[in-house]
Design a binder for this molecule. Structure first.
Ligand SMILES: Cc1ncc(COP(=O)(O)O)c(C=O)c1O
Length: 391
């Protein structure tokens, strides 16, 4: 796991082009991404992120519908009310990004307690993907709980040797394959935080994705938290955007911070309308994605050397680990994709020098793949893997 963060950072500057025998050739990384894009069937996701995603969302709408203006107007207010009700919270605010929404949530809770310290997982989005926004913009310190391979447990919270204003829990914990604590453990963490006066923030970027495993409604999960963020472009598949929800005083204050952050774009309606459209379209599909993720993980686990994390998924997402470096896995996936027309993954990530992994999120694509073609693709993948493993 240690190499994972390093790889994510270094990957950004990674070259797509390599010099080989005097001429420039496309790297295997780029070839795999291209082959995935062109494949007849792609296993993960909902399909390409192109302009059609927005066109579909707007197609049926009346062109005279008025735009929102600086956070006001029916189009934004009605969506905020609707999602507040779904989450069982008093009030909600639409934000252009989850990054903005969560930093603001933590700032509010820190100000309220006059204590600039929060706790979260070492692989939380705030810690590894936000260029230290929380620390640089808000001067808030982070206390990292649990180790990088597992989720935060009650005892991690109880054993914290420093006081914090807020604990943020990410459900599911994306960077470790979307692992989840059991629901009873969440209930116990929530009760402990309430008793100790620690606010609890839910990073629910993938909240709808975990409800089938917990067998709970969104409101039941959110009732354990003081404030909640949900995303509309992950499992929901909209363009971008998020909702931050909580009590009225909290959301009113979050609106002031949203203005300070430049988050009140004069109009956010393309994001809001697409969020609403894809929420309605996909909100009842999460149980199927979850069942399909379990089936898909079992196909991967039946291949030589492959292990999924978690062994059995608890949402629509999981990681697939290979006992081979990225450079050896790329040609395996590339040739399996070209031979079968099935795109397994667009990119392979590094664990360390000898191991690699992919992240899989099941969406609409999966149901469209003929069962026989999928099984044949896994037979081919397994054969190619065995050839490489035998050396
Ligand atoms: C767990 C988690 N939290 C927060 C975010 C931030 O969301 P946004 O991209 O809307 O800023 C992400 C985005 O990938 C995420 O995965």
């Amino acid at each position: 796991m240690i190499g994972l963060i390093h790889e994510r950072r270094s990957r950004r500057g990674g070259g797509d082009w390599q010099k080989g025998k005097g001429k420039i050739r496309v790297s295997a990384t780029k070839q795999l991404a291209e082959a995935f894009k062109k494949s007849r069937y792609q296993i993960p996701g909902h399909g390409p992120r192109n302009i059609q995603v927005l066109k579909h969302a707007l197609a049926e709408l009346d062109g005279s519908l008025e735009s929102d203006i600086y956070g006001k107007g029916a189009v934004i207010e009605e969506f905020e009310k609707k999602i507040a009700a779904v989450l069982g919270k008093e009030s909600a605010v639409f934000f252009p990004s989850g990054t903005m929404a969560q930093q603001i949530a933590l700032r509010i809770w820190c100000d309220q307690k006059s204590l600039s310290k929060v706790a979260y997982h070492p692989l939380s989005h705030l810690e590894i993907h936000e260029e230290d926004g929380l620390k640089k913009l808000h001067l808030i310190e982070s206390v990292l709980l649990a180790d990088k391979t597992r989720v935060i447990r009650l005892e991690d919270v109880q054993n914290m040797d420093t006081e914090v204003a807020c604990l943020l829990l990410e459900l599911p914990q994306r960077e470790i394959g979307g692992q989840l604590p059991e629901f009873d453990e969440l209930v116990a963490i929530s009760a402990y935080c309430r008793e100790k006066g620690i606010k609890l923030q839910l990073d629910g970027a993938r909240l709808f994705e975990i409800l089938p495993y917990y067998q709970k409604t969104a409101a039941e999960v959110c009732s354990l938290f003081d404030s909640v963020y949900v995303s509309f472009y992950k499992g929901i598949g909209g363009l971008a955007g998020s909702i931050l929800a909580g009590d009225e005083a909290f959301t009113q204050e979050s609106k002031i911070w949203k203005r300070r952050h430049g988050g009140d774009l004069i109009s956010l309606y393309p994001y809001i309308l697409s969020a609403d459209y894809y929420f309605e379209k996909r909100k009842d599909r999460f149980p199927s994605y979850y069942e399909q993720a379990k089936e898909l993980a079992s196909f991967y686990n039946s291949c030589h050397g492959i292990k999924t994390v978690p062994a059995e998924p608890v949402s629509n997402m999981f990681h697939v680990h290979f006992p081979l470096p990225k450079e050896q896995m790329e040609p395996v996936f590339l040739s399996a994709c070209e031979e079968t027309g099935i795109g397994f993954a667009a990119s392979i990530l590094v664990v360390d020098e000898a191991n690699s992994y992919i992240e899989v999120s099941v969406g609409d694509n999966y149901a469209g793949i003929p069962a026989e073609a999928l099984q044949q693709a896994f037979r081919v993948l397994d054969q190619k893997l065995q050839d490489v493993l035998r050396g």
